[in-house]
Design a protein around this ligand. Structure first.
Ligand code: FAD
Ligand code: NAP
Length: 335
């Protein structure tokens, strides 16, 4: 394993930001991670962990040692006739895992098809799509503490999973490297088709098998979401806000057509709809623009990370002033 200096991260971030890591390495196993941590300690470098770069905004220079962990193993931990528990290396590509599990007759992840990135990053923001969150399938997360290389195993209920959140973005932020994730999957062909596009297809074509559902998700997403290789982006740039009933009642009186999803004593509002209402679809802020088909996605055409953040700040300002809602950003600055 080589530890490289001044390593370009341009192809390792889906916003296509021009960026360099001061030092960069791709460890594959526990002993190589140890070597990297020793190197960082000797040189007094901060250690940072990067997966596929699909949920980060890169700074021009990322100081310290950036680790891109490569373990792509998949092992069966236990199995019976109804379910299987597997342990998957953090370097496994997420969409590849979804397809591999379907091929083997293990179901549950199909709504999460075509999400870019790695298995190791999936628990970090508890990835979700079409009414399914990865936390529903995770039984444990394994990793190492960056400060001393000691290992940990957290059970799912110790991971503080919430809507696009986890302990890895909270108390353990920047302190750990996830090495593998355990998932429990079903051998029964149950599917979730609650979200409108999938529901409509199920009404027209009948309830799909999990493999067919995965293909539907791929089709719907490919139609709506820009391919980062063509139009560099980081997926949804803002989280959908959860607002109080008081604010919701005020807003729905002003915008009776506003889509809304009540969740107990709060209401989830689609951030893309809020941005779209402000006439921002297709609007450019320098090299960064709001995607024409989906207002939640920012497209970066040659801008720096700082320019992406500036565009996001401007959008947040306008949303706050129009709706009294403080949008939260999903991708975070990697610096
Ligand atoms: P990175 O962007 O490399 O990293 C994200 C964060 O996780 C960073 O803080 C990083 O330090 C940390 N991290 C990464 N790997 C590890 C590790 N092994 N150990 C510890 N920390 C780690 N997200 C959704 O939830 N649902 C979607 O439907 C969805 N659709 C998307 C569509 C597009 C077109 C794009 C570009 C993004 C989309 N995303 C979606 C966001 C993104 O794909 C996910 O958040 C994904 O899990 C990020 O994976 P990554 O490997 O690229 O992580
Ligand atoms: P969409 O179908 O246009 O819906 C807009 C928003 O409304 C979604 O964000 C979704 O919230 C919410 N929503 C729709 N139907 C819902 C229901 N039945 N119950 C509760 N909430 C509902 O969304 P889209 O942009 O095409 O994305 C489709 C799915 O893929 C969504 O789940 C979205 O989160 C996911 N996605 C995520 C990213 C990312 O980067 N995070 C990027 C692309 C797509 P939720 O987001 O809470 O599901």
């Amino acid at each position: 394993m080589k530890i490289e200096r001044q390593y370009s991260l341009k192809s390792l971030n889906t916003l296509g930001v021009l960026s360099y890591a001061e030092y960069f390495a791709m460890p594959e196993n526990a002993s190589e991670i140890k070597d990297c941590l020793q190197f960082a300690q000797q040189k007094n470098l901060a250690v940072k962990v990067l997966g596929g770069g699909s949920n980060v905004v890169m700074a021009k220079l990322v100081e310290g040692l950036v680790l891109h962990y490569r373990d792509e193993s998949l092992q069966v931990v236990s199995e019976d006739h109804e379910k299987v528990t597997i342990e998957v290396g953090a370097g496994f590509q997420w969409h590849g895992l979804v397809m591999e599990t379907l091929k083997r007759g293990w179901f549950g992840l199909e709504n999460l098809a075509l999400i870019p990135g790695t298995v190791g990053a999936a628990p970090v923001q508890n990835i979700g799509a079409y009414g399914v969150e990865v936390k529903d399938f995770i039984t444990a997360v394994h990793g190492v503490y960056l400060k001393d290389g000691s290992q940990f195993k957290l059970l799912a209920d110790e991971c503080a999973f919430a809507y696009r959140e986890s302990i890895f973005k909270g108390d353990l932020d920047s302190q750990i490297l996830i090495t593998s994730v355990e998932f429990i999957l079903s051998k029964q062909k149950n599917v979730v088709v609650d979200y409108a596009p999938l529901k409509q297809m199920a009404e027209q074509q009948g309830l799909p098998t999990p493999a067919v559902l995965a293909q539907w998700v791929v089709d719907v997403r490919s139609e709506k979401l820009p391919d980062p290789n063509v139009l560099p982006n980081a997926g949804s740039f803002f989280k959908n806000p959860l607002v109080s009933l008081v604010l919701f009642n005020k807003l729905i009186a002003l915008y009776p057509q506003m889509p809304n999803y009540p969740q107990g004593d709060v209401v989830k509002l689609p951030a893309g709809w809020l941005i779209d209402q402000l006439g921002l679809k297709g609007v450019a802020f320098g090299p960064v623009s709001v995607h024409k088909k989906q207002a939640l996605v920012l497209i970066n055409q040659g801008g720096s990370g700082e320019q992406v953040m500036a565009a996001a700040a401007e959008i947040k300002k306008r949303v706050l002033s129009a709706y009294e809602i403080q949008l939260e950003q999903e991708p975070r600055m990697f610096k």
